[in-house]
Structure formats: structure tokens, C-alpha cells
Design a protein around this ligand. Structure first.
Ligand code: URA
Length: 236
């Protein structure tokens, strides 16, 4: 069945609809060998040969959504030139090739989503959805009331001030304490940089919630597939 080219590209996980339009108008997409730059153009993903930058655009069969408990010591990439373990090493039972939605640092653990549905991943990452992410943070010593207030009000980082966050203080001992922080942005090493900036030394960082999803009973290194309803609910 013929469909709009931008829809075919986004469903193949190549780009979001908007990015796909840019690829088309830039002349990077061909149908049966001919460059197509017209945005309304249609093609049949089954019978036509569609390429982007010379590479075949194949429709995805089954869409899969994976919720992984990433252990510390894994890279959120598909390849690591330094040979460190990568998150997809943990997904041997998933037949489809999936990509991480956002990232967790090498030493950060917790909830990581992976999917082969590029449009879903792009929508989740869009600031419009403001998906809440909750982290448990273990720090050396006790945070002061002023440090908590700064985290809650927003911290000036080198890429701008962070949006307000929610902080909940949890257990503490003489040496270490835990708090949870909920943010909806997804900047590079955001929680660690926020803590460093207000003078807190992070010894452990774990993401426990992503929107309506939590780790449930999963143990480090385990994963489960989301139901289509759970995946849809994330964008509601
Ligand atoms: N914030 C961080 O500092 N690191 C992560 O991995 C995720 C959020």
C-alpha cells in the first residue's frame, strides 16, 4: 500500500517525521533510483525500492519496546571502541535490533528503554512530552537545606539553568545519604552535574522511574517487553 515517504522513513526508525521531511527535501531519498524531493510523494514500502543516503529503507516488522534494568559498568551505545560491555549485550533474547531511548552514563544504573520504533523514541524525547524521570541519588554525607533548595529551584550549568526539580530526602547515616530527584529534562549527565554544581559528591545514581514505568521486580541486567498499551500510554 502506498504511503507518504516521510511516514515510511519514520516507521523504519530512520528519523522523526520532521527529520524525514528534511531528508526528503535535501534530496537524500530515492524511490526506485530516482531522487524524490516532493513532500507529498508516496511510495509502497513493499514493492518499491526506497533508499536514504544510498542505504535501503526497510519497513520494521514487529515493533518492540524493552525496559531494561541497566547495571553500572555498561555503555549505552551500540558499539564501544574501548571494548567495554554495551547494553544490548544484555538483550540476547530480543530478536529485533533495538536502540536506546536517551542514555544512562557508564556508571549509572536503572531503567533504560530501548526500541526499534524510531517515531516513538523521538516523541518520547521531545520536550513537549515532559516525561518525568526519577533517580535515587546516594551522596557522601548529608545535603544541607540550601543544597536541596538549589536543586529544587534549578541549577545553572554550562548549558543553561535546569528546570525546577522535585527532591525527597530518604535514609541517611553518618557517612552517606539517599534522596530522590525527579526531573523532566534529559541533558547530558544532568543529575551528576547538578549535584556537583551545588557541592554534593555522588557515589551512586539509579534511575527508578521513566514516566509511568518503574523497575518493578527486575534485577540488574534483567529486562521485560512493554505491552503495546504501556508503550502508547507513555505518549498520552
Ligand atoms: N543524570 C546523570 O547524571 N546521569 C545519567 O546517566 C542520567 C541522568
Amino acid at each position: 500500500m502506498a504511503e507518504r515517504l516521510q511516514k515510511i522513513l519514520s516507521q523504519a526508525g530512520i528519523a522523526s517525521r520532521r527529520q524525514a521531511e528534511a531528508l526528503i527535501t535535501a534530496g537524500r531519498v530515492r524511490v526506485n533510483g530516482a531522487v524524490v524531493t516532493e513532500l507529498g510523494a508516496k511510495a509502497d514500502p513493499v514493492t518499491d525500492t526506497i533508499t536514504c543516503d544510498g542505504k535501503p529503507v526497510k519497513p520494521i516488522g514487529r515493533k518492540v519496546y524493552v525496559l531494561l534494568y541497566k547495571p553500572p559498568g555498561y555503555m549505552t551505545t551500540l558499539k564501544d571502541p574501548a571494548g567495554r560491555p554495551i547494553v544490548t549485550d544484555l538483550l540476547k533474547g530480543v530478536g529485533e535490533r533495538v536502540y536506546p531511548v536517551g542514555r544512562l552514563d557508564y556508571n549509572t544504573e536503572g531503567l533504560l528503554l530501548l526500541t526499534n520504533d524510531g517515531a516513538w523514541a523521538n516523541s518520547l524525547a521531545h520536550p513537549r512530552h515532559e516525561v518525568e524521570k526519577e533517580y535515587l541519588v546516594r551522596i557522601q554525607g548529608l545535603p544541607s537545606a540550601d543544597q536541596i533548595r538549589q536543586l529544587e529551584e534549578g541549577v545553572v550549568l554550562d548549558d543553561g539553568k535546569t528546570a525546577p526539580s522535585k527532591v525527597r530526602q530518604l535514609n541517611s547515616s553518618q557517612k552517606n545519604s539517599w534522596f530522590s530527584i525527579t526531573i523532566h529534562e534529559g541533558r547530558y549527565r544532568q543529575v551528576r552535574r547538578m549535584c556537583e554544581t551545588v557541592g554534593l559528591s555522588v557515589v551512586r545514581l539509579k534511575r527508578i522511574r521513566y514516566g509511568s514505568l518503574d523497575l518493578g521486580d527486575l534485577r540488574p541486567g534483567q529486562y521485560r517487553l512493554l505491552s503495546p498499551g504501556e508503550a502508547e500510554q507513555m505518549l498520552a
